[in-house]
Design a protein around this ligand. Structure first.
Ligand SMILES: CC(=O)SCCNC(=O)CCNC(=O)[C@H](O)C(C)(C)COP(=O)(O)OP(=O)(O)OC[C@H]1O[C@@H](n2cnc3c(N)ncnc32)[C@H](O)[C@@H]1OP(=O)(O)O
Ligand SMILES: N[C@@H](CCO)C(=O)O
Length: 351
C-alpha cells in the first residue's frame, strides 16, 4: 500500500463500533451494549507507533478535522500523512454514539430519562473498548480539551505504559465546585422548560438555549466581549451581547439535544481522577505517560492553576500557557500558540 498517496492521505473513514458486551458503570448501572461513532484518518505505520487519539469537548463530535481545523488535517500538526488519527464521539453525546435518544434494548423504546449517569471514567472505559476493537496496543498521544481533557486524563491513568504522551488542555484533575455550579445552573435552566420530562427528542430545547447562553459566559472572559460585543452607540436596550447570547443558545439547541447536554454535563461534574485511588495527587503520580498540561491565562472555568496542578503532580509533567482574550474556549481558537506549544513539547521529548 502506498502510504504517500494523496488520495489516501485525504481519506477519512467514519464508522460505528458496536460493542455487544455490557458496560458496567461507576454509578452501579449497566449499559447493555453500546455504539460509538468514530473517524480514522491516515494509516498505522508497520510499528503501529503513530496513533494520535483526539478527544472532543462538551458539544464536539468525531470530526476533529472540522472543530480543531488548526491542529488536525493535511499539513497540520496532526497530519494523516504521518499519523493515524482517531476521534470518537463520546458515549452520551448525540453525534452517532449511544445516548438518551437511542433505543433501550430492554424496552425497545428510547431511553430518554432512563439513560444512566455516566462518569468521565465510564467514557474512558468505552473508548478503551474501541481501542481494543481497532487492535491498537500503543497510543502515541491522547489529546483533549475541557471535558475531552478530563476523559483523556482518566484514560491516561488506565492506559499506563500503553500511552506515551497525554496532552490535557484547559482541563483539570477533579471538577471544581465552580464548574459543577455552572453546570447545575444550566441544568436548572433546562428544568424550567415545560417540555422537560416529556419523552420527545426536542424535550427541553428552549431550556437548552438558556443553558448554552449561561455556558457561553463561562467559556469566554469579560475581555472577549469588550473586544467584540461593545456598543458603538449610546442605547438603553437591545445590546449586542444580548443578541449574541440568544443567537449562541439557538445555534446549539438546533444541533444538540438537552438530554445529551444533561448527561455530559453530569459526566463533567463526576470527574475525579483520585476517586477510589487515594486522592488526586496519588492517582496523578501513577500516570506513566509524559503529560503536557496547557492552561489559558483568562480561563475562568478550568483555571490555569488546575492545569499547573496536573503538571506538578505527574512524574513527567510540563505546563504551558496560552495567553488569550478568549478565556476557556481559547483552546478551540488560538491555533498559532497551540502549534508552538505542541512543537516544543515533542521536540523536548525527542531531545
Ligand atoms: C456538527 C457540529 O457542528 S460539531 C460541533 C462543532 N463544535 C464543537 O466542536 C464545539 C466547539 N466549538 C465551539 O464551541 C465554537 O464553535 C467555538 C468556540 C470554536 C467558536 O464559536 P463561534 O460561535 O463560531 O464563534 P463566536 O463566538 O465568535 O460567534 C460567532 C457567531 O455569532 C454571531 N454573532 C456575533 N455577534 C453577534 C451578535 N451580537 N448578535 C447575534 N449574533 C452574533 C456571528 O454572526 C457568528 O455566527 P455564525 O456562527 O452563524 O457564523
Ligand atoms: N465550547 C465547548 C465547551 C467548553 O469546552 C463546546 O461546546 O464543546
Amino acid at each position: 500500500m502506498n502510504l504517500q498517496s494523496p488520495y489516501l492521505i485525504a481519506e477519512m473513514t467514519q464508522e460505528i463500533f458496536t460493542c455487544n458486551e455490557d458496560l458496567v458503570l461507576e454509578s452501579g448501572g449497566t449499559l447493555p451494549g453500546f455504539q460509538i461513532s468514530y473517524t480514522t484518518q491516515g494509516h498505522l505505520t508497520p510499528k503501529k507507533d503513530n496513533v494520535i487519539w483526539v478527544l472532543h469537548a462538551l458539544t464536539g463530535d468525531a470530526n476533529a478535522q472540522q472543530w480543531w481545523s488548526g491542529l488536525v488535517g493535511e499539513d497540520k500538526f496532526f497530519d494523516p500523512s504521518k499519523h493515524f488519527i482517531v476521534c470518537a464521539n463520546f458515549l452520551g453525546s448525540c453525534y452517532g454514539s449511544t445516548q438518551p435518544l437511542s433505543e433501550n434494548p430492554k424496552t425497545g423504546k428510547p431511553y430518554y430519562y432512563d439513560f444512566p449517569n455516566l462518569t468521565t471514567r465510564d467514557i474512558a472505559a468505552s473508548l478503551d473498548r474501541l481501542r481494543k476493537h481497532l487492535g491498537i496496543e500503543q497510543i502515541d498521544t491522547v489529546i483533549g480539551g475541557s471535558l475531552g481533557g478530563q476523559v483523556a486524563l482518566e484514560w491516561a491513568y488506565t492506559l499506563g505504559e500503553r500511552l506515551k504522551n497525554a496532552i490535557i488542555v484547559a482541563s483539570n484533575a477533579k471538577a471544581s465546585p465552580w464548574i459543577i455550579g455552572f453546570n447545575e445552573t444550566q441544568r436548572m435552566a433546562i428544568e424550567t422548560d415545560q417540555t422537560w420530562g416529556v419523552r420527545h427528542p426536542d424535550a427541553g430545547k428552549k431550556g437548552l438555549e438558556t443553558a448554552r447562553a449561561i455556558g457561553m459566559l463561562s467559556y469566554r472572559h469579560p475581555q472577549t466581549f469588550l473586544q467584540n460585543q461593545c456598543e458603538t452607540e449610546e442605547k438603553l436596550d437591545n445590546y449586542k451581547i444580548s443578541s449574541y447570547l440568544r443567537y449562541q443558545g439557538l445555534k446549539l439547541a438546533n444541533r444538540f439535544n438537552a438530554l445529551s447536554y444533561w448527561v455530559l454535563s453530569k459526566a463533567m461534574d463526576s470527574h475525579d481522577i483520585g476517586r477510589g485511588r487515594g486522592g488526586a495527587e496519588n492517582a496523578l503520580f501513577q500516570i506513566k505517560a509524559r503529560v503536557l498540561a496547557i492552561g489559558v491565562d483568562t480561563d475562568v472555568l478550568f483555571t490555569s492553576e488546575e492545569s499547573r496542578f496536573i503538571s506538578h503532580q505527574v512524574p513527567k509533567g510540563t505546563y504551558k500557557e496560552i495567553r488569550s482574550i478568549y478565556g476557556h474556549d481559547a483552546f478551540l481558537i488560538e491555533y498559532e500558540q497551540m502549534n508552538y506549544i505542541l512543537k516544543s513539547f515533542y521536540l523536548e521529548g525527542n531531545g
